[in-house]
Design a protein around this ligand. Structure first.
Ligand SMILES: Cc1cc2nc3c(=O)[nH]c(=O)nc-3n(C[C@H](O)[C@H](O)[C@H](O)COP(=O)(O)O)c2cc1C
Length: 477
């Protein structure tokens, strides 16, 4: 049966909270009630209710995501309009997300070069979103700076020509211990977003941690991986019980190696770079109309994503998730030894030490210090659980330091957004760059396998000066 055609005029009549339509890439959907559960917040949905939302939709979502998310019964018909915004295409292989031409990829010789290219080439909104942190960005800076408090203590004359960087996590062996730190809205860096990330990581002998707020559907991303390739899933626990159940049910079918529950962002933090950007743009747009939307007041996309994160998430919910799914659970956002112990006590298989790259509580201690704290107070956790860490890792030698202190997987967030400016090639290139640096650091320290990494290769005196003392720890448990 031919689908019903809907004119722009008819579409524009469906704007009430109880009767809302929206057109996306030529299809008209009944999205009544969706504003309240849209992961990106209600404002953009309200703004585009009764309109063709293809352009904002395509800037952060894959073509199929809406079809996967909405029920067939919500499909009203097709838009009867001459112009339907098209998905941004890679004309002449130029990434449409960029404002300036990228340097040749082989001019990038370290991650600082990559970041400098991102600052120059990304559009201002994406740069503010990716590079920003909360409040004064102290934690973001400390995450990286604290790696410099650890000195290497290289061993010499150890025959280091043949080297491998394999790591085993759960039952899987990866060629490198390096993963993406899961992050939302990757399509702001490149139209291929997580598809390029998945392919690039698999080709590099690692795998992807798929974020809840991905631009492509989880199914699409898994299809980009070689058949049977392991993957992880980062879960934001949705406060809407029905939406959470739908997601958990589908995860049970897709069988990630572990569900990584992000717990460090119960409420949205103050992201000032975003806030400034959104306010500036809003001012330009509404020179004649002083009304602010909630999103503008709160910093646009930075805060609006908060609707998909449950502020009442508790350890008991994490335990239930583990029991209900039978899939290993890791807790992401561990920022002190006490919470690492708590995760161990409820039977989590892993901890993921993170402070959200300084995007959650500003002045939270740097992540490498948290790892040292856990090592000092509860060393058995590092033996019995899988340990991931992220935050400020920018060199292969940082990866080695984290592994010497007990991490199994080391993740990078912002650098892979920036790598994505070059698509899949950028992800592979960045992985190779980090692998080369890691291998060289290992060889210069006199080891040929990560199983030989140990704290004796490090001088951590300066780091341990800042580690929380046993007295204050036990009194706060
Ligand atoms: C732009 C951006 C978006 C992020 N989105 C998420 C997310 O959706 N879920 C999550 O658990 N962490 C998210 N994070 C935090 C990262 O997983 C990671 O903790 C952080 O980026 C690590 O610090 P680094 O960027 O210094 O490597 C995001 C980070 C950035 C920079």
């Amino acid at each position: 049966m031919a689908e019903r055609k809907i004119t722009l005029e008819e579409l524009s009549q469906h704007v009430k909270d109880t009767d809302t339509w929206m057109a996306i890439n030529g299809t008209v959907w009944d999205i009544t009630g969706f504003a309240g559960i849209h992961p990106g917040g209600p404002d953009i949905i309200q703004e585009y209710s009764g309109r063709d939302a293809s352009e904002p939709y395509n800037s952060v979502h894959s073509l199929k995501l809406a079809e996967n998310n909405f029920e067939a019964s919500q499909r009203i018909g097709i838009l009867d309009a001459e112009f339907v915004a098209d998905k941004p295409r890679m004309e002449n292989t130029r990434n449409p997300r960029l404002e300036n031409d990228l340097p040749q990829i082989d001019e990038i010789i370290n991650l600082d070069d990559l970041e400098a290219a991102a600052e120059k080439c990304l559009n201002k909104r994406s740069w503010a979103y990716f590079s920003g942190a909360s409040n004064d960005s102290f934690t973001k800076a400390d995450n990286a700076d604290f790696y410099r408090k650890i000195f290497l203590r290289p061993r010499v004359a150890r025959a280091v020509q043949d080297i491998d960087t394999k790591t085993k996590i759960l039952d899987d062996v990866y060629d490198v211990p390096i993963f993406n730190a899961p992050a939302s809205l990757m399509m702001l860096a490149h139209p291929d977003a997580e598809m390029a990330l998945a392919k690039g990581f698999a080709a590099s002998g690692s795998t992807i941690i798929i974020p809840t707020l991905s631009s492509f559907s989880t199914e699409e991303i898994i299809e980009a991986l070689p058949a049977g390739h392991p993957f992880y899933f980062q879960l934001y626990v949705n406060p809407n019980k029905a939406a959470l159940k739908k997601m958990v049910d589908s995860l049970c079918k897709l069988r990630p190696k572990a569900i990584i529950v992000t717990a460090d962002l119960p409420v949205f933090s103050k992201r000032e770079a975003n806030e400034r950007y959104e306010k500036r743009i809003a001012k330009q747009k509404r020179a004649s109309e002083p009304r602010e939307t909630t999103a503008e007041k709160q910093g646009g996309q930075a805060r609006s994503a908060g609707v998909s994160i449950d502020p009442n998430l508790c350890w008991s919910n994490i335990k239930q998730l583990k029991e209900r799914t039978g899939i290993p659970v890791f807790v992401k956002g561990i920022q002190c030894a006490e919470d690492a112990l708590q995760a161990w006590k409820i039977g989590c298989k892993g901890i993921y030490i993170s402070n959200h790259g300084g995007r959650a509580a500003d002045t939270a201690q740097p992540t490498i210090l948290t790892l040292a704290e856990i090592r000092l107070h509860y060393p058995f956790i590092l033996e019995e659980m899988e340990v991931f860490i992220d935050g400020g890792v920018r060199r292969g030698s940082d990866v080695l330091k984290a592994i010497c202190l007990g991490a199994k997987g080391v993740c990078l967030g912002r650098p892979f957004f920036y790598a994505l400016m070059y698509g899949e090639e950028g992800v592979r290139y960045t992985m190779q760059l980090l692998k080369d640096e890691l291998e060289t650091a290992m060889q210069l320290c006199g080891i040929t396998s990560l199983s030989e990494a140990h704290t004796g290769l490090l001088n951590t005196r300066e780091l341990y000066r800042d580690v929380e003392s046993p007295q204050s720890l036990s009194s706060k448990l």
